[in-house]
Design a protein around this ligand. Structure first.
Ligand SMILES: Nc1nc2c(ncn2[C@@H]2O[C@H](COP(=O)(O)OP(=O)(O)OP(=O)(O)O)[C@@H](O)[C@H]2O)c(=O)[nH]1
Ligand SMILES: [Mg+2]
Ligand SMILES: [Zn+2]
Length: 272
């Protein structure tokens, strides 16, 4: 029987197959081959023996959180409490691009916000990232239908709240922001793939725990996708868009084609 792994606790895997949940363990041979099944994996199970016989080839996988076959990362960014941070947003986008996962940005707490963020919204949309507000539920659901999405974003940004809005019966634990930030810990502790009708959503802590050193200075510029179209106009083909004199990216920055905070964050990440 074909199924998909929704949850893993030590050596137990909850597999959804034919609209039922089976609690399976990996077959001995998988353990011997050191093939650890991941949440998100498509698998072949033997429901009678309650074992996973085979892991189907993966489209991709993440190390942190350990999940497979992710289509999109939804960066959940609050505008207030915690305050919007262009630095965090750009870092999460960079991590997504590095991991080869397309990001979607979902802004939250618009109801509490008093500032004008239209320049920010427009810019990220212009460079190609889908943008949603967390009250545009139907549009958001249509976009991610039949896809596996992983939620990323700082503690208190509203990830679990977003899932609860999509399916109130899940009633996921959410936390009072002051408590969450004070503890400095995520309220959500486990990686779990929620199947809500034809949506697959991963609520997870720890997506942002990637060391920028892993990415490497030479590559960072390729993950700022809007730099791409200027690159060939820079004087040097390996231009880092930093100290170089004739640089098309810096020119675009001066012409206000590139958002100032994006470029400043780019330089900061290069330093880091
Ligand atoms: N006013 C308002 N409050 C929100 C909104 N979204 C989330 N909240 C509140 O923000 C707090 C934190 O939300 P959570 O959903 O627990 O945040 P989280 O991202 O899951 O946090 P962790 O699990 O700790 O990573 C809760 O008190 C929510 O009720 C929103 O759009 N507007
Ligand atoms: Mg949560
Ligand atoms: Zn350049």
């Amino acid at each position: 029987m074909n199924g998909r792994i929704l949850k893993n606790i030590s050596n137990d895997y909850l597999v959804e197959a034919n609209n039922q949940i089976y609690n399976c363990k990996p077959r001995g041979i998988l353990r011997n081959q050191n093939e650890k099944p991941l949440v998100g994996d498509l698998v072949v199970i033997d429901p009678k023996k309650a074992v996973i016989d085979k892991i189907m080839p993966r489209k991709n996988f993440l190390v942190r959180p350990p999940v497979a076959n992710v289509d999109y990362a939804v960066i959940v960014m609050s505008l207030v409490k915690p305050d919007f941070s262009a630095n965090l947003l750009d870092k999460l986008i960079l991590v997504c691009e590095y991991q080869g996962i397309k990001p979607i940005i979902c802004f939250t707490k618009i109801d509490l916000n008093k500032k004008d963020f239209s320049d920010i919204f427009n810019y990220y949309q212009k460079i190609g990232y889908p943008i949603f507000m967390n009250d545009q539920l139907e549009e958001f659901k249509d976009f991610i239908r039949n896809k596996i999405v992983v939620l990323a974003g700082q503690s208190g940004s509203g990830k679990s709240t977003l899932i609860n809005k999509i399916d109130p019966s899940l009633n996921l634990k959410t936390n009072d922001i002051s408590k969450a930030l004070g503890r400095g810990k995520h309220t959500t502790r486990h990686t779990e793939l929620w199947k809500i009708d034809d949506l697959y959503i991963l609520d997870t802590p720890g997506f942002s725990a990637i060391d920028l050193k892993e990415i490497g200075t030479k590559n960072i510029k390729d993950y700022f996708i809007e730099f791409e179209k200027y690159r060939n106009s820079c004087e040097f083909s390996n231009c880092l868009h930093d100290k170089e004199e004739k640089c098309a990216v810096k020119e675009a920055l001066n012409n206000k084609e590139i958002l100032d905070s994006r470029y400043q964050n780019y330089l900061k990440f290069m330093k880091e």
